[in-house]
Design a binder for this molecule. Structure first.
Ligand SMILES: NC(=O)c1ccc[n+]([C@@H]2O[C@H](COP(=O)([O-])OP(=O)(O)OC[C@H]3O[C@@H](n4cnc5c(N)ncnc54)[C@H](OP(=O)(O)O)[C@@H]3O)[C@@H](O)[C@H]2O)c1
Length: 293
């Protein structure tokens, strides 16, 4: 069976390729499709087939998907409208290439038709379009990534605060490692066709809970401050990494979705797919922060 990972050089895509190999796929059974194939030279050196596939160019996708049985479709990070066109073209290319099943990486907010998150209209379209495609499908609604919190921890420690525009929402954070394990497992077993899985962490944390986890994992006191949306936008503008204004609007909408309880559900679907429960936030933060030392 040939499994093809689209956007394989992204942070999630790369982990999905690695999880497929960990779970017993032979390198010759895995295809890594990437806009920038040179970023996958290390995967090619391990025997993985690397092909160029650009979401903006359907012909490259049709060629890259040839001979694929299962396509792990990880969307790009493009704005919503171009992403809708990219998804349409990717599914047409998959159909033309004879792909049997698509395993689509969606997001928790897709369970909320009136979601407050600005990207959800793409997700609602993408899931529906896939279900109408005539291809077999599996939908994975990914929970909110934990990974950026670990990356942000040095700045949080410096500020002494976790500044999010959240009032009462809880979030069942999950790390990309667990999402990748679950995605690989969903690809490797055709019994997951026709299923929607909600991939969440093991507990729904309030923002004070998350600040306490950062405090214990880092050894430095970080308190939660519920800030206004304007104050949060300023934090984004003044951070170490440049964040474009449209992305700040998207991030603010993400925290409106948190307050709308769109990331709160906790499921056992990661364990059901992989046999192993997902890592708790504090354990993940301890692990990653100690690796960075
Ligand atoms: N669950 C969450 O909390 C959460 C948070 C953020 C994002 N996401 C979503 O998760 C998905 C992947 O996230 P990630 O963390 O892996 O992101 P990432 O590390 O930024 O990777 C994005 C990948 O998309 C690829 N890409 C962008 N435009 C492309 C195009 N036109 N054609 C082909 N590939 C293209 C990039 O390729 P290059 O290597 O060539 O640049 C890169 O490999 C995205 O759909 C994103 O919206 C989820």
């Amino acid at each position: 069976m040939k499994i093809n990972v689209m956007a394989a050089t992204g942070q999630l895509g790369r982990k999905v390729v690695e999880a497929l190999l960990d779970q017993g796929a032979a390198p010759g059974e895995v295809i890594a499709s990437a806009r920038t194939p040179t970023k996958a030279d290390d995967l090619a050196a391990r025997g993985v087939t690397v092909r160029r596939a650009d979401y903006e160019d359907r012909d490259t996708m049709r060629a890259a998907f040839a001979g694929t049985d299962v396509l792990a479709l990880i969307p790009s990070t493009a704005p919503v409208e171009p992403r809708i066109l990219q998804h349409h073209d990717a599914l047409e290319a998959a159909r033309e290439a004879g792909v049997q099943r698509v395993v689509f990486s969606s997001l928790s907010t897709a369970a909320f038709p009136a979601s407050r998150f600005l990207v959800t209209p793409f997700l609602l379209y993408a899931e529906s379009r896939l279900r109408l495609s005539g291809l077999d499908w599996t939908i994975l609604r990914n929970g909110m990534y934990l990974d950026p919190i670990a990356g942000w921890t040095p700045e949080l420690v410096e500020m002494g605060q976790l500044p999010y525009p959240v009032k009462q929402g809880r979030t069942a954070y999950i790390c990309r490692d667990d999402l990748a394990r679950a995605t690989a497992a969903a690809c490797l077993n055709s019994e997951h066709a026709g299923q929607i899985y909600e991939l969440t962490g093991p507990e729904a944390l309030s923002m004070p809970d998350l600040a306490a986890a950062v405090t214990r994992a880092s050894g430095h006191r970080v308190r939660f401050d519920s800030v206004t949306e304007d104050a949060y936008a300023e934090v984004c503008r003044q951070g170490n990494e440049y964040v474009p204004e449209y992305l700040i609007d998207i991030l603010i909408s993400l925290y409106r979705a948190v307050d709308n309880h769109e990331f709160e559900t906790v499921t056992d679907h990661v364990e059901r797919l992989t046999g192993t429960p997902p890592e708790a936030a504090e354990d993940y933060l301890r692990r990653v922060l100690s690796e960075k030392k």
